[in-house]
Design a protein around this ligand. Sequence first.
Ligand SMILES: Nc1nc2c(c(=O)[nH]1)N[C@H]1C(S)=C(S)[C@@H](COP(=O)(O)O)O[C@H]1N2
Ligand SMILES: [Mo]
Length: 424
Amino acid sequence: MEKPEQRSLPVVRSSRRSLLKTSMALGALGAAARPLAAVADTASNGTVTLPFANGERPTVAAGTFPQKGEMILQRTRPPLLETPWSVFEKSLFTPNDQAYVRWHMNDFPRAVDVSNFKLKVFGEVEKPYELTLAELVSSFPATQIAAVNQCSGNSRGFVSPRVAGAQWAHGAMFNAMFTGVSLAKLLARAGVKPGASHVAFRSLETLQAPFPAADRFEKVLPLDRATNGATTVAYEMNGAQMPLLNGFPLRLVVPGWYATYWVKMLSEIEVLNHPGTGFWMSTAYKIPNNPTGAMTPGQAGVTMVPINSMVPRSFFTVPAANRSVSVGKAAHLKGFAFGGDSALKSVQISVDGGSNWHEAKLGKNWGEYGAREWTSGFTPPKAGTYTIMVKASNMAGFEQPMQAVWNPGGFMYNAIEHIDLQAS
Ligand SMILES: Nc1nc2c(c(=O)[nH]1)N[C@H]1C(S)=C(S)[C@@H](COP(=O)(O)O)O[C@H]1N2
Ligand SMILES: [Mo]
C-alpha cells in the first residue's frame, strides 16, 4: 500500500475539555479559536486489515489529527478517518477523540475564531437575524439528545458487487449525546413565512477552484424535519466542545437521518420555498425511491431521491478473545443496536442460521435515536463452531435483512451481522 502523505492538518497542542454546564461552554469553546500550530510528521503507527477484499489500511497514532486518538486512515486530504471497531467494544457512547471523520472538500477552516463567528438565520422568514455563539448559548434553552451519526456509506466495503466511494468497514458511525438548541426554536424566533417548505444549511467551508459555486456544501431538509423538535444545532458532544473535525463550533444534528445532513461548522440557515438546487441534494446522495434504498445492479429506469431515514442496525461487541467458549457453559453475548428513524423495537438472536430467533435483553433506553446495549446468552451443547446472528427491528416496521441491499452509492447497508463462537 502507498505510504500516506504527510498530514495536512495541524495538531491541537492543548485542547481544553469543556464541561457539561452550558455556562462553562464558552470558555472552552474559545479554546479552539487559538490558531493550531504544529504539523504531525508521523504518517502511521501500524496497519489494520478490514474484513473485505483490499481491506488493508494504515492506522494513525493519537494526535496525528487534531483532537483525535488512534484512527483508521481511509484518506488524508480531505480527512476520512474511521473509528476502530475496538472502540465500540469499550463504550456505548463513542469517545469524541475516536468519533469518525468525513469531509468532502479540503478547504474547511483549520481553526475557527469564535469572536468573529456568527450563525445567520434568514430567507423565507419574517425577522432574519444573526447570533454570536455566546448569544446562541445564552438566549435559548439547552437541549440534550442521544443520536447515532452514521455516514450513508457506512459499511460500503461489504457491498457486493462493489461500488465506488470510501470502502468503510462499520466504523463510519458514532453514538453521542449532543447538547445544543432546538432548530424549531431558532426558526420560531425568525418566524417562518407561510409557503416556506424547506430549510438549507451551509457551513464555513469555502470553495476553491475548480469547484463551481453550486458545489458548495449545502444540505436541505424539508421544513417538517427541521422543526420536529429533535433536529438540533449542537455545540457540545458528549459533554465537551464539538471537536474541530466533527464540526466546531456548531453542527446540525438530524436524529434518525443519515449524517450527510448533519452539516458541520454550520453558519447559515436559510428558509426556502423550494427544495434547493445544489449538487449535494440534486446529484449526490441519491437512493432508489423506496424506503430501504434497494435496486438490482444494472436495473434501468429507477427513480432516485435524496437519501433520508436511517434503517435499523445491530452489532456484536464480543471481543475476538472471548469467542472461544466452553461446552455446557453459558457464553455472554453483547452488542448494541439502534432503530434508525424510529425507536428500536427489538433485538433478536439466532443460533441456527436465521431459522429461529429469540429476544435479547435491551439495556438503558437513551431516547429513540440513540444506540442501546443488548445482552444475551448462549450455551453450546457440544464442541464445534456456532454462527450467532443478531437482528434489530424498529417501531416503523423495518427489520434488518439477511441480504444487504444494493444501490450505486453503496448506501444504507444494514444486513444482519454475525460472529462465530468456537466451543470446546
Ligand atoms: N460542512 C460539512 N458538513 C458535513 C460534511 C462535509 O463535507 N462538510 N460531510 C457530511 C457527511 S457525508 C458525513 S458522513 C458527516 C460526517 O460527520 P463526522 O465527520 O462528524 O463524522 O458530516 C456531514 N457534514
Ligand atoms: Mo457521509
